[in-house]
Design a protein around this ligand. Structure first.
Ligand code: SF4
Length: 341
């Protein structure tokens, strides 16, 4: 997937110009779990991270590492029961979201924080037209008239690069292609000009050529509107192209936090090293692609000590007995591994 170099330079300069250090969202000790037949299991266990205004961070890791549960916790969309945020703070623009009522959260969602889901077909309602679904947001949050809603919807669809927006307004989701549906999802996420957007695997369900176009659109709109973006993906290649910082998740915890450039030039955690080794190389090679041995543990079978130790090629005795804390080898990086303790 390739985003143009000039565009990225523009993005970086924009961030420098406006200063991205003011924190818009800060998460501390977030723990979210689900009541199951095997007891209460923590899908997210003590997660901390923050994102600056205008910044893009990547949240990466294999499926089942807790990325989406983290995002749904921020949106307060964890189905309850069986799910529950057990502890921790989610502070957005000075307000702790964990203390808000459902009514107050409805204002936050869309108006201030929006989310793009992986598979638009399951997020769009098949029995309503695209115009109805986008228009509902303007009607609920902005109380616009019918004429104003139509104008705003057409404008939004044009902004996300949709050809023939008038035809799209009266179309049903099944009448659009995968790329068009994802553009509609982006339009809905942008409709109320949120200051933070969470994109959960926004390009996974699309073919490769459409992926690049959607990603470039997402980042250009983010820069134009000076939004912050949390990009959730299992694809480190995507993160390398658009994010400034990365948090790597494994088995419900963040195991490495770093600037993108540092992560790719010198990954610290053996899990991160494995993820980077698994990326396809541009140099022609007949070797098989590397894969990290084993699999992410089930929540009901989290190993003692370091959660990664059954898969780690640098495992030591202490790793099997004691869980490592977060160590800071320098003031821009954090890593959860005894090699740095
Ligand atoms: Fe590997 Fe030990 Fe580091 Fe865990 S703590 S990643 S097992 S070296």
């Amino acid at each position: 997937m390739v985003v143009s170099v000039s565009f990225l330079i523009y993005s970086i300069r924009h961030n420098a110009k406006y200063g991205i250090m003011e924190s818009i969202l800060s998460i501390s000790h977030l723990t979210t779990g689900f009541l199951t037949d095997s007891g209460f299991l923590k899908a997210v266990d003590g997660v901390d991270f923050s994102i600056g205004r205008g910044e893009t961070i990547g949240l990466v890791g294999e499926s089942g590492c807790g990325k989406s549960v983290t995002a749904l916790s921020i949106m307060r969309l964890i189905p309850s029961p069986p799910g529950r945020i057990v502890s921790g703070d989610i502070t957005f623009e000075g307000t702790n979201l964990t203390t808000l009522s459902e009514k107050e959260m409805r204002v936050i969602r869309g108006d201030h924080i929006s989310m793009i889901f992986q598979e638009p077909m399951t997020s769009l309602n098949p029995v309503f037209t695209i115009g109805d679904q986008i228009g509902e947001m303007f009607a609920f949050h902005r109380k616009l008239s019918k004429k104003e809603i139509l104008e705003a919807t057409l404008h939004l669809l044009s902004q996300v690069g949709m050809a023939a927006p008038r035809r799209v307004v009266s179309s049903y989701p099944h009448q659009l292609s995968g790329g068009q549906r994802q553009r509609v999802m982006i339009a809905m996420a942008l409709a109320l000009s949120p200051s933070l957007m969470i994109a959960d695997e926004p390009t996974t369900a699309l073919d490769v050529t459409i992926q690049a176009a959607i990603l470039e659109l997402l980042v250009s709109l983010k820069v134009e509107r000076r939004m912050s973006l949390i990009l959730i993906t299992h694809d480190l290649g995507v993160v390398s192209e658009v994010a400034q910082r990365v948090s790597v998740m494994y088995a419900g915890q963040i195991v490495e936090e770093s600037r993108v450039s540092d992560l790719f030039s010198e990954p610290l955690h053996p899990y991160t090293q494995g993820l980077i080794r698994s990326l396809p190389q541009t140099k022609a090679s007949h070797n098989r692609l590397y894969t990290i041995p084993g699999a992410v543990p089930k929540l009901s079978a989290i190993p003692p000590g370091c959660r990664f130790h059954p898969r780690c090629d640098r495992v030591m005795d202490i790793c099997r007995r004691e869980a490592p804390g977060m160590f800071s080898p320098d003031n821009t990086r954090k890593v959860r591994c005894w090699l740095y303790g």
